[in-house]
Design a protein around this ligand. Structure first.
Ligand SMILES: [Zn+2]
Length: 250
């Protein structure tokens, strides 16, 4: 358990299906003018190219059919502004430093949404559990961590997520980054060897502890303000490949 290169097996994906079922039809929003598959990034000169590979990765993670099970997958994310993150259980200066550092990376990728480590009042609660306790609560199918979406509102806004970390897992950073990637809205697990570099991949050889380039692009795409909460797979596909002046031509 916890060997280098080991995978993180996330045991429970307890998405708030009840909340999702209540959703009304999502709004498409104003798509604006997109260069084909190229999105300017938050008004900066930097552009995000939505390649077919990124599109497929996004469909498997943010809009994962298996993670959503009985309801139609929709884009869910945190609203712009501060999202409080707190540590629960045996924390230390070291664990806080690591978490704060990773939150900074996610904040940089998430545009106007900032993930901030706090002492209380967390929207994301990271609970460190001793191994025995972790297994008692979450089973022994795999080491690492588990996430639980406590609440997603009707619009697709994530408001409450719990992350549970097995303290005995050797690569704490790998667990944290994996769980945080889920917590920001990449709910699914990518399949196939083409995505094995992803921190979310279940492929054995994924031994990384940081976000892969594709993971980073997916988070940027997810938090692009033009990609509205509630966007469906169909709408996402249409929006991503829409040529310039799509309103006139389609
Ligand atoms: Zn996972």
């Amino acid at each position: 358990m916890g060997t280098a290169g080991g995978i993180i097996a996330v045991l429970l994906v307890v998405v708030s299906l009840g909340a999702f079922l209540l959703w009304s039809t999502g709004h498409l929003g104003d798509a604006g003018d997109f260069v084909r598959r190229v999105w300017p990034w938050h008004g900066s000169a930097e552009q995000l190219v939505v390649t077919p590979r990124l599109e497929e990765f996004f469909l498997q993670t943010a809009l994962s059919e298996s993670a959503w099970r009985k309801v139609e997958p929709r884009v869910i994310k945190w609203a712009p502004g501060d999202v409080g993150v707190i540590e629960d259980g045996p924390k230390s200066a070291r664990s806080s430093r690591l978490l704060r550092q990773e939150l900074r990376t996610f904040s940089q990728l998430a545009g106007a949404t900032d993930f901030v480590l706090r002492d209380s009042a967390g929207d994301i609660i990271v609970t460190y559990l001793p191994h025995k306790e972790y297994v008692r609560l979450h089973g022994s199918a795999g080491p690492g961590g588990t996430y639980d979406f406590k609440n997603v509102d009707r619009a697709g806004r994530i408001t409450d997520v719990r992350l549970y970390v097995d303290s005995s897992f050797a690569n704490r950073r790998q667990v944290l980054v994996h769980l945080l990637a889920h917590a920001v809205g990449l709910v699914g697990q990518p399949r196939g060897s083409q995505f094995s570099a992803s921190i979310l991949s279940s492929a054995q050889r994924s031994s990384r502890s940081d976000l892969s380039p594709l993971d980073r692009q997916a988070i940027r795409l997810l938090y692009d303000p033009r990609l509205k909460m509630g966007t469906t797979r169909e709408q996402f596909r249409a929006q991503c490949v829409a040529p310039v002046s799509s309103k006139a031509s389609r």
